[in-house]
Each structure stands twice: as structure tokens, then as C-alpha cells.
Design a protein around this ligand. Structure first.
Ligand SMILES: Cc1ncc(COP(=O)(O)O)c(C=O)c1O
Length: 437
């Protein structure tokens, strides 16, 4: 045998020790696509002379894109052209004139973090697979917990605020009746949760998904500004009890989706404490105000909550998705509620401290290192930079609020997040029909 030459190992007609893919071609392709991303997405991101989107209705777009998957693969040149087309016909969400709900602009550091994690493709269930990203998640959660005002706590990053809210609802129910994990719903009384009429629709979805039922979500009245009225909350809790149902959870909102209202947390916490109810705060949108010394008063009383959902992917511009569920409990409730102790993954006799295998606190198995996107931004800007970002967002919304209600009167430096509702309605049509100005 010639030295260095491998003897092919055949199994079922497959050469097992041959290359799986053409490595050189793959590397070249990635390199070219990286250049394309830099030229067509990043460098053009802030250029107002570029279009937000080359808009096409679905029938035409289907014709323009070669969507069919064939028996044989395409050439590298064809694949590169496909990538160009995908970028060309996609919405440039980083464009200064991209106006859509809840985006706040481009954060380069978070983008760089996303590129790194896409390339590394980690999954943060165990320390052995994601040592760095698990420590990053721990550090970010610790800082977010401090911002809430808890000395200690627990948490996990989830794929979005809707999932964080649902996990909190499930956790509150588990605390109320831990047997549910093994015995299921059949033995339970009618459980009721309370939230404001202005809450995010994820509350209804979660109640339906968890088998609580949307009819058992009691909507508390709001005042003229969209804030939950604590007296009505108290009234509805008594009413539910009179009906023979069992209240278990109140979901307050800090920064409602449409009006941006902040529920009075201190007064709501009073009610929850009086009735022994879990208080969850959906601060998916408004939680970012916690980093601002000027605006954190809006969330006064949040430290009295049992759980908080907070999305850095909204006001703080971390890439989608980036959402934390924070929990005040110190008795490992999150893990008790969600763990399945899969022995193939969470072995207890590994060569390192297995308490860092935090994946069993999540409903997911594979999980993206979303905290890393926020960590990069926080590292780059510092807490003071995050604070400036929030203060600017509030100042912009105050400015826009003072303008005449005409979309064209709004300068391009004001992201949609801060536009009055009346302007937003006409925007989707306007934005896509306009070519570059
Ligand atoms: C108050 C509030 N909660 C929850 C969500 C849902 O967050 P996500 O889109 O990350 O699921 C939103 C989204 O707009 C929201 O405004």
C-alpha cells in the first residue's frame, strides 16, 4: 500500500472515509456569499437611495425566483445568482425607511454576533457543546435580573416574547399545581388568569395551547391610556371565585403592543399578594426602559413580579429572536417544571459541573444562543449606551406625537416604533409603492 493512501471502507455501496462534500467548492461559495452579504445587505443598509424592497405580488415573485427543487443540484454560479435574487427581492429591514411594527433599526454588533453563531452553529443545551454561549447566557441573565431589581433569580432565553409568556403561564400553573406535570389536566378545576384588555395576543394563544382555554382568560378593563385598572382586577378575581373557578395568575403588561401603556405594577402586585396569585409581567417591549434611569419609573414595582418576559430584540435592537424569561424563584422551579432528564443528553456523571447543562430549563431541545446577540451589543455600547438608545426612543416618540398626523411629516430618523397609530395604518402600502426617493 502506498503510504498515506487510505483504503476505502465500503458499507452498503457507500465509501465511508471519502469526503462528504466538495470542501473547496463549499468554502469558495461561503466566501462569495459573505462578500454579497457585505455589499448588498450591510453596506446598502443605511442608504436611503436604495429601495426598501423590490416589491412583487406572489404570482410574479414565484416566476422571478427559481423555487423548484430538482433531482440534480445546481451549479455554484446558479446558486450565487439565487442568493442575489433572495436578497434583491427581500425586505431590507435595516433600511432607514423600513416602517413596520417593533423594529428599531440596525445594530452592527448584534449582527456580527448573529453571523458568528450562524457559522459556529451551536446549540445551548449542554456545556460540552456550547461552553462560551452558556456562560454568556448566564452573564446576560444575571444583568437583566439585576435590572429588574432582584438580588437573585433564574431565567432562560426563548424564541420570542410569545414563547416567554407561554412558558411563564405554564410555570405559574405548575407552581399552583405541581402534579400537573405527571397527571395532566384531567383532575384540575377551572383555572383562570387575568390580563388587561390591551395585552398582547400571545396571552390568548398560550391559554389555548396550554389547555387553559381562551374563555378562562379574564380581560381586565383599562383606563383611557390603556393601563390595567387594579380595582377591576380585584373585582374580577372575586367574580371568578364566586363562579367556583380558581384564579392562579395575573399577567400585567409593561409597554402594551398598540398604545405603549405601562400597567401600574405596584398596585397590581398588592392585589396579587392579597390573593396569592403569580404575577407575570409581559415587558417584552417596555422592559428595555429598565436600563434608563430616566424612564425606569414606568416599571415601578416590577421587582414584586414572579416572572418577567423581556425582549432585547425590540427597543434595544438585538437581532430577532432575543427574548428572556426571568424568574424570581430560587428553588429551581424552572428546571423542575420543564426538565425531562433525558439520559442520552443530560448525563449526571460528566467530566465537568453538570449544573451548567441548563438546557433542561427550556421547553426546547436544540436552542440558539440568542443571549450572545444582546451581550455583544451590551459589550459594545455599555449600559450607558443602552440607556441612550432607550432615551432616544422615548424622545423620538414624544417628538412624533407632537407632529401633525401626516406620515410624510415624519422624518426618516424616527423608526416606526415611535409613530402614532394613525400614521402607521397607511404605511405598508405607501412604503412598497414608492421607489427610492
Ligand atoms: C407586549 C408584547 N408582548 C409580547 C409580544 C410578542 O413578542 P414576540 O414577537 O417576540 O413573540 C409582543 C410583540 O409585539 C408585544 O408587543
Amino acid at each position: 500500500m502506498t503510504p498515506g493512501k487510505k483504503i476505502p471502507i465500503f458499507v452498503d455501496g457507500v465509501v465511508l472515509n471519502g469526503p462528504q462534500t466538495d470542501v473547496k467548492a463549499g468554502e469558495k461559495f461561503v466566501e462569495e456569499v459573505c462578500r454579497l452579504i457585505m455589499e448588498e445587505v450591510v453596506l446598502k443598509a443605511t442608504d436611503v437611495n436604495e429601495k426598501v424592497c423590490e416589491w412583487q405580488p406572489p404570482e410574479q415573485l414565484r416566476q422571478l425566483l427559481d423555487l423548484e427543487m430538482r433531482d440534480t443540484g445546481e451549479s455554484q454560479d446558479k446558486l450565487l445568482k439565487l442568493c442575489q435574487d433572495v436578497i434583491h427581492f427581500s425586505v431590507k429591514t435595516n433600511h432607514p425607511r423600513f416602517f413596520n411594527q417593533l423594529y428599531a433599526g440596525l445594530d452592527y454588533y448584534s449582527l456580527a454576533a448573529r453571523i458568528i453563531t450562524e457559522a459556529l452553529n451551536p446549540s445551548i443545551y449542554t456545556y460540552e457543546v456550547s461552553p462560551v454561549f452558556l456562560l454568556v447566557e448566564e452573564a446576560v441573565l444575571k444583568k437583566m435580573i439585576e435590572c429588574v431589581g432582584w438580588k437573585e433569580g433564574d431565567g432562560i432565553f426563548n424564541p420570542g416574547g410569545s414563547v416567554s409568556n407561554m412558558c411563564a403561564m405554564n410555570l405559574a400553573r405548575y407552581r399552583h399545581c405541581p402534579d400537573i406535570k405527571e397527571k395532566g389536566l384531567s383532575g384540575l378545576p377551572r383555572l383562570i388568569l387575568f390580563t388587561s384588555a390591551e395585552c398582547h395576543y400571545s396571552m390568548k394563544k398560550a391559554a389555548s395551547f396550554l389547555g387553559i382555554g381562551t374563555q378562562n382568560v379574564y380581560f381586565v378593563e383599562t383606563d383611557g391610556r390603556g393601563k390595567m385598572i387594579p380595582e377591576d382586577l380585584e373585582k374580577q378575581i372575586w367574580q371568578a371565585r364566586q363562579e367556583g373557578a380558581v384564579p392562579f395568575l395575573v399577567c400585567a403588561t409593561s409597554g402594551t403592543t398598540v398604545l405603549g401603556a405601562f400597567d401600574p405594577l405596584d398596585e397590581i402586585a398588592e392585589v396579587c399578594e392579597r390573593h396569592g396569585l403569580w404575577l407575570h409581567v409581559d415587558a417584552s417591549w417596555g422592559g428595555s426602559a429598565l436600563v434608563s434611569r430616566k424612564h425606569r419609573w414606568l416599571l415601578h414595582g416590577i421587582h414584586r413580579a414572579d416572572s418577567v418576559a423581556w425582549n432585547p430584540h425590540k427597543m434595544l435592537m438585538a437581532g430577532i429572536q432575543c427574548s428572556a424569561l426571568l424568574v424570581k424563584d430560587k428553588s429551581d422551579l424552572l428546571k423542575k417544571c420543564y426538565s425531562a432528564k433525558a439520559t442520552y443528553l443530560f448525563q449526571q456523571d460528566k467530566f465537568y459541573d453538570v449544573s451548567y447543562d441548563t438546557g433542561d430549563k427550556s421547553i426546547q431541545c436544540s436552542r440558539r444562543p440568542d443571549a450572545f446577540k444582546f451581550w455583544m451589543t451590551w459589550k459594545a455600547l455599555g449600559t450607558s449606551g443602552l440607556e441612550e438608545r432607550v432615551n432616544r426612543a422615548f424622545a423620538l416618540s414624544r417628538y412624533v406625537h407632537s407632529l401633525p398626523v401626516r406620515w410624510s411629516a415624519i422624518p426618516e430618523f424616527v423608526p416606526i416604533l415611535h409613530w402614532p397609530k394613525s400614521c402607521i395604518k397607511t404605511l405598508a402600502a405607501v412604503q412598497y409603492s414608492r421607489s427610492a426617493p
